[in-house]
Design a protein around this ligand. Structure first.
Ligand code: NAP
Length: 266
């Protein structure tokens, strides 16, 4: 079996370093280059705490995508650069698997368009944990019967975007089936701005940021005399790696834009 040649963007990050370990332990994956914002010309093995890959680090995305032969880009960086990386990868015939969150609707639409033009697969997954994908699907199911819903997402305090990509994706899925309504009393007033959280189609999303947390979400539905809570916790970043592996394998088989890991699960 031919190995899948991978460029990884963000190798020193919390997710990126976990993805390096995934590649290290997956027989049919091969790391060919890393894209970082520093350490150009150094090798991954030269950086403390990372697996000993004898693979070069680039800081110029154009250069790495043009000069390194690769099948897939895994991007685990930040919203500002992740979009550019995915776009450049596609322009150079490399299929992006993007875990980076915080893209705008316009950016997602542009990547979808480019994927169509190039006939190349793209997987963008706000959450690679299978349990989180199920939590989102269960929430969508419940929203048919319980239109009163609020989402509480909790993450570590180094996270750059809020609300989380998972919370936004959950709200989008719920919106597909939920009878539209504005949550809370019609005369409700916030005495402190933001007290009621972000408003997505009348649903409220609350973002908690604390050290010690990884990635957690509760979707709370309220009914007459009852409530239903659907909850998922990622206690370790390994929880995302089965999803990353699946996405890298599948992105080479699909020639379309895939948004959400649920579209790759049976
Ligand atoms: P992190 O620890 O801050 O890692 C991000 C890495 O990207 C850092 O090493 C950073 O370098 C690097 N970086 C910044 N600018 C870059 C550039 N121009 N080129 C290359 N690398 C660059 O963050 P994280 O927790 O790993 O999360 C990374 C992304 O994945 C975030 O968007 C997060 O929301 C998302 N995420 C997704 C999932 C999922 O399942 N889809 C799960 C968890 C997190 P510096 O340290 O030098 O800035």
């Amino acid at each position: 079996m031919e190995k899948t040649k991978i460029i990884l963007a963000g190798p020193r990050g919390k997710m990126g370093s976990e993805a390096l370990r995934l590649i290290q332990h997956t027989e049919h994956f091969e790391l060919v280059a890393c894209l970082d914002r520093k350490y150009a010309g150094m090798k991954v093995k030269d950086l403390e705490g990372l697996p000993p890959f004898d693979v070069e680090i680039f800081t110029n995305p154009q250069e790495v995508f043009q000069h390194m032969h690769a099948d897939v880009l895994i991007d685990l960086t930040s919203p500002e650069v992740g979009y550019t990386h995915a776009k450049l990868a596609l322009e150079n015939g490399i299929r992006p698997v993007v875990g980076t969150t915080g893209f705008t609707v316009e950016q997602l639409e542009e990547l979808e368009q480019l994927s169509k033009e190039k006939g190349l697969g793209v997987v963008i997954a706000p959450n690679f944990a299978v349990g989180a994908v199920l939590m989102m699907q269960f929430a969508k199911w419940a929203a048919k019967y319980f239109p009163d819903v609020e989402i509480i997402e909790k993450h570590h305090d180094q996270k750059l975007d809020a609300p989380s990509g998972t919370a936004v994706k959950t709200a989008e899925l719920i919106k597909e089936v939920r009878e539209q309504k504005v949550q809370g009393h019609s005369n409700e007033k916030e005495t402190i701005d933001g007290a009621r959280g972000a408003n997505f189609d009348g649903m409220r999303i609350h973002s908690v940021r604390l050290p010690g947390l990884i990635a957690h979400q509760e979707v709370i539905f309220g009914g007459t005399g009852e409530s239903l809570t659907i909850k998922h916790d990622s206690y370790h970043r390994q929880s995302f790696m089965n999803g990353v592996k699946l996405a890298v394998e599948q992105v080479q088989k699909v020639n379309a834009f895939v948004y959400g890991l649920e579209n790759l699960l049976e």
